[in-house]
Structures are given as structure tokens and as C-alpha cells.
Write a protein that binds this ligand. Structure first.
Ligand SMILES: Cc1cc2nc3c(=O)[nH]c(=O)nc-3n(C[C@H](O)[C@H](O)[C@H](O)COP(=O)(O)OP(=O)(O)OC[C@H]3O[C@@H](n4cnc5c(N)ncnc54)[C@H](O)[C@@H]3O)c2cc1C
Length: 389
């Protein structure tokens, strides 16, 4: 007998969708490879969650994204308990940017959404901002919105929690890459690279940026994938202790000159502690699967790293670092900036489009995907987006 639903992609969204489908009573297969041991020589697909930290916050310029995050964050503790994995670190999240003039739109939108949605936060500027976060040297005119309930999640541990919880509820995990999804009149056939063939009633393609790969969805999904470099600034124990009250930060530079995000001290599997900064100076689009794989294997762009490190040291002039390393990742954006949760046919569904913000709210997006596949309308779930391209 086949599965009710086969979920392609055991990443942040696919693992959450599979778990919710199982809770809704479906017989589910979750298909996707584990993280490669050596990215530089890996020939298969990659994921956008192979890291130790992603910022989590309700504060957002978009009401829908604020609500996705809120719904997911309310369930973190339950998921941690059910999945036997801690993944949430409540160190607070600070959104900072110009209060007026060029580049102030996002801060204004965020403050307005926070007001309407009742998101608990403090607004700080000038001396109050400097005293509260003495390790940052924000220029004059910067407004900070601080959400005490935010912080960061470990995306690997989040995926592990969803998978463990899903398996406990009956999900079958298949560690392989899918090479082809075929739809017939009586169901779907999913072929894996290792030769396994799975049969089911419906399929959900939740393969992140790789949802663009041919053979998975009947129609191309309108995602634009961009190369992203991440700089890891190593710090020693003394510095980590000095920065122990540092929150996660999203910072819009004065005069609309770009933005960056910064993770506070996080210990990585190599035993070292890093601050992480992202915010590429230029957007480089990755148009084919071959380009995406090549980019992930490349390990990032040294020029982007030096730009980002400069930004970090400008904001944290007293930062004492042991050196900078870097990595590569990809973010995928949709035409309207919304997650895509829709059926391309009655049996084949797309669940993708993280828009650089999909880690924190993965559990809610996965739940919405599960509802859609189970034939329920997403109107009435409290969101304004149609979830369509
Ligand atoms: C550098 C960087 C920083 C980010 N920072 C944040 C942040 O601070 N906060 C935040 O909320 N979000 C952040 N994001 C965004 C977030 O990580 C993504 O939105 C999220 O990973 C999307 O989840 P996903 O499941 O769609 O994709 P992924 O996490 O990429 O998972 C997709 C899965 O599909 C699998 N797959 C692909 N092809 C196949 C196939 N053919 N067969 C089977 N499996 C397949 C992959 O192995 C992978 O496991 C960041 C992203 C990047 C790149």
C-alpha cells in the first residue's frame, strides 16, 4: 500500500509539514538526504539550513510574516519537548534602522505591525539605545525596536526535532534524493536517486531553492535563488562573556545604504564560538541547479566577507576577534514575497519560498502546507496572502 502523502525535502519546511500531516492522521513518507559531510566535494542537492543559528523574531514589516513567526514561536517549547531537542535561545532580537528619511520605511512598517499585532517590544534611541547595548556604536538617528521574546534557533536541531516527533507519529523517513515525481490517474510515483520507488496519493515538493529542479513539479515554480555569503567572526571565551547579553540584530544602514543581520555568540560543532554576519553587498542570482550546487560547493565570496566584516567592526568597534572564516548559502524569493503553498494539480503541491525569513516560522508554514494538502482552505487561518505565485 502506498502513502497518503509523500513530502520531498527533509528540510525546515518539509519536516514540519510531514509532522503535521502525520498528526492530522495521514500516512506520510518524508524523503530527503542528510547533510553532506563534505560540502566542497558533494555532488547532490544542498539545503539552506546547514548552520547553527537563524534569527527568530515576531517583529517584522509584514503582518503575515509577523503572524507566521508568532504562531511558530508559541509552539517551540512543545516541539522541543516532543522532538527531544532544544533549539530556541531567547536572547532577544533587535531591529535597528534610521527613524526618519531614506531607509526608514522598514522600521516604520515594523513599528506599525508591532502596534497593531500587540507584539511586546521596547523602542530605544540615542543614549537609551547605547546604554542598553553598550557593545554597539549606532550612529545618530537610529531607532531600535527590541523584542525580548526573540533570539535565535538552531535550524539543524529544529529539523531534528520535527523529524523525531514525526517519526514518533508514524512518518517514514527515506534518506535519499528524489529525481522524478510522476503523476498518474490513480496517484503519484516518486523515484529516488538510489533506485527506491515510492507510491502515494499526493506529493508535496518542499525542496527549498532546489524546488526549481526539473522533474519535481509539473510547472516551474517562480523562485529567484540568490547566492549568499556568511562571515563567521571567531571570538574567545572572554569576548563571548563580554557579549553574553547581545541580542540577534537586523540593522538597516543609514541613508538606505543596505542592511545586515548579526547573530550573537554561538558555539559551533568545532567547539569554537562565532558571531555571524550576513548581508551581501550585491545580489547574484543562481538560475540553474548546476549553478546552485557550484555556489554551495564554493564556500562563499571573499569580497563579500571583507565588506561584511567591515560593517560588523564599524558597528562593534571594540570587538576582539580571533579571525574570520566564511560559508555559502542560498535564499529563494517569490514574486510577492509570500510563501508559496499551492496545488499545481490535485495531487502535486509546492511548499517553498522562504524569502530569507523562513526558518523561524517553519513549523507554522509546515502546518499550513499540511492543511492545504489535506484539502482545507487556508483562508480563515488569519493571513492576508493567497499563498499563490
Ligand atoms: C545565510 C542565510 C541566513 C538566513 N537567516 C535566516 C534567519 O535569520 N531567520 C530566518 O527565519 N530565516 C533565515 N534564513 C532563511 C531560512 O533558512 C530558509 O527560509 C529556510 O531554510 C527555508 O526552508 P526550506 O525547508 O524551504 O528549505 P531548506 O531548509 O533548504 O530545505 C530544503 C530541503 O530539501 C532537500 N532537497 C532538495 N532537493 C531535493 C530532492 N531532489 N529530493 C529530496 N530532497 C531534496 C534539501 O536536502 C533540504 O533538506 C536564512 C537563509 C540563509 C541562506
Amino acid at each position: 500500500m502506498g502513502f497518503d502523502v509523500i513530502v520531498v525535502g527533509a528540510g525546515l519546511w518539509g519536516s514540519a509539514c510531514a509532522r503535521h500531516l502525520a498528526e492530522m492522521g495521514a500516512k506520510v513518507a518524508l524523503v530527503g538526504p542528510a547533510e553532506p559531510e563534505n560540502a566542497a566535494t558533494h555532488d547532490g542537492v544542498f539545503a539552506s539550513h546547514y548552520d547553527q543559528a537563524r534569527i527568530t523574531r515576531r517583529l517584522d514589516g509584514s503582518r503575515d510574516w509577523a503572524r507566521f513567526a508568532d504562531a511558530a514561536m508559541r509552539r517551540y517549547a512543545t516541539l522541543e519537548a516532543q522532538g527531544g531537542q532544544s533549539f530556541f535561545y531567547q536572547v532577544g532580537a533587535l531591529m535597528a534602522g534610521p527613524e526618519y528619511g531614506a531607509g526608514s520605511d522598514y522600521m516604520r512598517d515594523t513599528a506599525a505591525v508591532a502596534e497593531v499585532e500587540g507584539i511586546a517590544h521596547e523602542a530605544l534611541k540615542g543614549r537609551a539605545l547605547a546604554e542598553r547595548f553598550p557593545f554597539f556604536a549606532f550612529p545618530d538617528g537610529i531607532l531600535g525596536l527590541f523584542e525580548k521574546g526573540g533570539g535565535w534557533i538552531n535550524p539543524r536541531a529544529h529539523v531534528a526535532a520535527e523529524i523525531a516527533s514525526g517519526i514518533a507519529k508514524g512518518v517514514t523517513l527515506v534518506r535519499d534524493e528524489v529525481v522524478q515525481v510522476l503523476e498518474g490517474s490513480d496517484g503519484v510515483t516518486v523515484r529516488c536517486a538510489g533506485g527506491e520507488v515510492l507510491r502515494g496519493d499526493k506529493v508535496v515538493v518542499a525542496s527549498g531553492a532546489f524546488s526549481k529542479a526539473s522533474g519535481l513539479l509539473p510547472e516551474p515554480v517562480p523562485l529567484k535563488a540568490y547566492a549568499r555569503t556568511i562571515a563567521f567572526v571567531e571570538i574567545d571565551e572572554i569576548e563571548a562573556n563580554r557579549l553574553k547579553d547581545m541580542p540577534s540584530v537586523v540593522y538597516f544602514f543609514p541613508n538606505g545604504a543596505g542592511d545586515c543581520y548579526i547573530l550573537p555568540p554561538v558555539r559551533y560543532p568545532d567547539g569554537k564560538t562565532y558571531l555571524k554576519i550576513g548581508g551581501d553587498p550585491v545580489d547574484v542570482e543562481l538560475t540553474t541547479v548546476a549553478e546552485m550546487k557550484e555556489w554551495f560547493r564554493s564556500g562563499g565570496d571573499a569580497k563579500a566577507v571583507s565588506y561584511m566584516a567591515d560593517q560588523l567592526f564599524k558597528l562593534m568597534p571594540s570587538l576582539s576577534s580571533q579571525g574570520v572564516t566564511f560559508g555559502s548559502c542560498a535564499t529563494s524569493f517569490t514574486p510577492q514575497g509570500n510563501p508559496l503553498i499551492y496545488g499545481q494539480t490535485d495531487r502535486v503541491f509546492a511548499l517553498t519560498g522562504g524569502n530569507g525569513a523562513g526558518a523561524k516560522c517553519a513549523d507554522e508554514i509546515g502546518r499550513l502546507g499540511a492543511l492545504k494538502v489535506m484539502g482545507q482552505a487556508l483562508e480563515g487561518q488569519g493571513y492576508t496572502t493567497s499563498f499563490l505565485p
